[in-house]
Design a protein around this ligand. Structure first.
Ligand code: HEM
Ligand code: FES
Length: 385
């Protein structure tokens, strides 16, 4: 989390993730080049630099699709959540592969004349008013600059320095980079004989990314609109979170308060606590995480919070808002007014029968709360990207 600047710390998970990523990229490039060489022979043979340039280009473009699809997939099905961990490494790798493609393209198409390759790139084609001869390379350059900015600020150090809001805005530019690249491919393809299939593949990619985002957003809005029943009790309006037994042990049910903010209600053994659903790191959905070693663990990069006070365990200092909770007739009720981040709230206690019918003995015996294990939680150890 935020204990000063710490360089990237490699743990076993990061090493495995990056090794798999490097192998996948190398395999893709090898297969693309081998298939390209055997499919195009004789007079149709493609020169090696162009084949490598295309292999790198399609690889980077594919990787960007994966980066963009992981978010909605994880929102639709939490089995995809582990892919979110280290998504930034995938983003940085996408930039590096795109950079290699661009370097080769600039060297090959603009490197042999009298002009500086960059001057040639920006000045040799100024047909900005025609589609069929549009200088599509400039769109690739725009996308590359955005990917560079994102890769350069991907470390948590920059998240802290820029502030979560500015950092998030900067990283939302990935969609602008994506739009530029779709046009880079489409307008570039218009200028080659491979126009139809290249444009169709790009279209399929756009349709996949758009459908996943729209579907995940629609599902969330529908869940929020369904809302939860409000119960008036004196001055307090409590939200009914349903039967305590319906919340799986060490997991949460997510409620939407009338103002739109989401509240994650966790049950752990016979206790129930509620906290804001938004992680203090990059806004990950805490309610989609689980309690590991007594701490609510964000599904995105594993930041942890104690369920009873929303505070990260020492030495970390992050906090999220907590909410008052009670149990009435076996149903969990939440006061939707957020308490200041890190405010301790006595967990509500659930009747024994709920615990015994929905929780295994081993789960109940698990230590809860005060001393979260921050040295090596189950799936993440080091929080710095
Ligand atoms: C300065 C930046 C860039 C330049 C000058 C550039 C240049 C080019 C050129 C000349 C081509 C046509 C290659 C050919 O078919 O002969 C191309 C295609 C392509 N580029 Fe770029 N590019 C840049 C950045 C990027 C980036 C950052 C990405 C992806 C992350 C990308 C993805 C693609 C893709 C997917 C194709 C189509 C490949 C194919 O048709 O097989 N480009 N680019
Ligand atoms: S968003 Fe990164 S750990 Fe929660």
């Amino acid at each position: 989390m935020s204990v000063g600047y710490v360089p990237v710390q490699w743990n076993r998970h990061k090493r495995i993730y990056d090794a798999v990523l490097a192998m996948a990229v190398a395999s893709y490039l090898a297969v693309f080049i081998l298939v390209g060489k055997s499919a195009f022979r004789g007079p149709h043979a493609i020169s090696d630099p162009i084949l490598v340039m295309r292999a790198l280009a399609t690889c980077a473009f594919l990787m960007l699709h994966v980066v963009l699809c992981i978010g909605p997939l994880a929102r639709l099905d939490r089995r995809f959540a582990p892919l979110l961990y280290n998504r930034r490494h995938l983003g940085v790798a996408t930039f590096l592969v795109g950079l290699l493609h661009a370097t080769l393209a600039i060297g090959f198409y603009h490197g042999f004349g009298r002009l500086n390759p960059f001057v040639s790139l920006l000045g040799s084609n100024t047909n900005y008013t025609t589609l069929s001869a549009f200088p599509f390379q400039v769109l690739g350059l725009g996308a590359l600059i955005i990917l560079f900015l994102m890769a350069a600020t991907s470390h948590d150090f920059w998240l802290k320095n820029l502030g979560a809001r500015a950092w998030k805005r900067l990283h939302m530019l990935v969609y602008a980079a994506y739009a530029l690249l779709v046009m880079h491919v489409a307008l570039g393809a218009l200028q080659t004989q491979r126009g139809v299939w290249a444009a169709s593949l790009a279209g399929l990619g756009v349709a996949t990314v758009a459908t996943l985002h729209l579907y995940a957003g629609w599902r969330e809005r529908r869940r929020d609109r369904r809302g939860a029943a409000m119960l008036a009790d004196g001055d307090t309006q409590w939200i009914d979170a349903g039967p305590a037994g319906d919340i799986p042990n060490n997991r949460a049910r997510v409620l939407c308060a009338s103002g739109g903010e989401r509240i994650a209600v966790f049950r752990y053994g016979e206790r129930v606590s509620a906290m804001a659903n938004v992680c203090a790191h990059q806004g990950g959905p805490l309610g989609e995480g689980k309690i590991i070693d007594g701490c609510v663990t964000c599904p995105w990069h594993g930041w942890q919070y104690r369920p009873a006070d929303g505070q990260s365990p020492p030495p970390f200092t992050e906090k999220v808002s907590t909410y008052r909770v009670r149990v009435r007739d076996g149903r969990v009720q939440v006061d939707p007014r957020p308490l200041p981040p890190g405010t301790p709230v006595e967990p509500a206690v659930v009747a024994d029968e709920v615990v015994t019918t929905n929780t295994s003995a081993a789960e109940v015996a698990q230590p809860i709360g005060v001393a979260c294990n921050v040295t090596e939680p189950a799936h993440v150890a080091v929080q710095h990207a």
